[in-house]
Design a protein around this ligand. Structure first.
Ligand code: TMP
Length: 213
């Protein structure tokens, strides 16, 4: 596959979607290659149906391992429908979340364990990994406060989790970054959104100077 795969990760409320929307036109203006922007959970018809199932606040009795398997299942379908075809066509794929989300949220947050969650995802992704993962780091209290403000009353099933859950998610992300310092780069997301977007843009441009002029 000749394409370029970049993922964006971070706790809820870190502002990655906002930053992605801000940098997309900039990146497009700096390359002749096609860029597609997609997201997990979801991103394709079947994967979006699995997303609805996972995030539905009515599904309170969902087992933690069922949740982990559903995330891995939507990831597989999203890879087959969107990511792999685009990478085969030399495109640049920006994915709002990928496998590190499962390791952080289900492995760390739900305490299933990093190894267990990594192993079911190995089955789903068959070795396809991003060349770069941009990790938006933010204290859990700040992220949760932002969510409360933005979506009061419409938080999804995971956003409704307690502070300790979100702290475990963040700690697992930081652990993953330590284990994969070459692939996962940290952005300080606890600053003005314009500055966050600029930092992300600079990171990507510096990492791939031959792709973006
Ligand atoms: P979003 O808010 O970025 O759209 O993501 C929806 C929620 O799903 C968010 O709380 C993070 C969570 N999530 C997991 O728990 N595991 C995963 O593998 C993914 C992709 C997302």
């Amino acid at each position: 596959m000749s394409g370029l795969f970049i993922s964006f990760e971070g706790p809820d409320g870190a502002g990655k979607t906002t930053a992605l929307n801000k940098i997309l036109p900039e990146l497009k203006s700096k390359t002749s290659r096609e860029i597609i922007s997609t997201r997990e959970p979801g991103g394709s018809a079947i994967a979006e149906k699995i997303r609805d199932l996972i995030l539905d606040v009515k599904n309170l009795e969902m087992d933690d391992r069922t949740e982990a398997l559903l995330y891995a299942a939507q990831r597989r379908q999203h890879l087959i429908d969107i990511v792999i075809p685009a990478l085969n066509e030399d495109k640049i794929v920006l994915s709002d979340r990928f496998v590190d989300s499962s390791i952080a949220y289900q492995g760390g947050g739900r305490q299933i364990g990093i190894e267990e969650v990594a192993s079911i995802n190995d089955f789903a992704i068959e070795g396809i990994m991003p060349k770069l993962t941009v990790y938006f780091d933010i204290p859990s209290e700040v992220g949760l406060e932002r969510i409360k403000k933005d979506r009061s009353g419409t938080e999804d099933r995971l956003e409704k989790e307690k502070l300790e859950f979100h702290q475990r998610v963040r700690n697992t992300y930081l652990e993953l970054q330590k284990q994969n310092p070459e692939r996962i780069k940290i952005i300080n997301a606890n600053q003005d959104p314009t500055k966050v977007a600029l930092d992300v843009l600079e990171l990507i441009l510096n990492k791939f100077p031959r792709v973006f002029e």
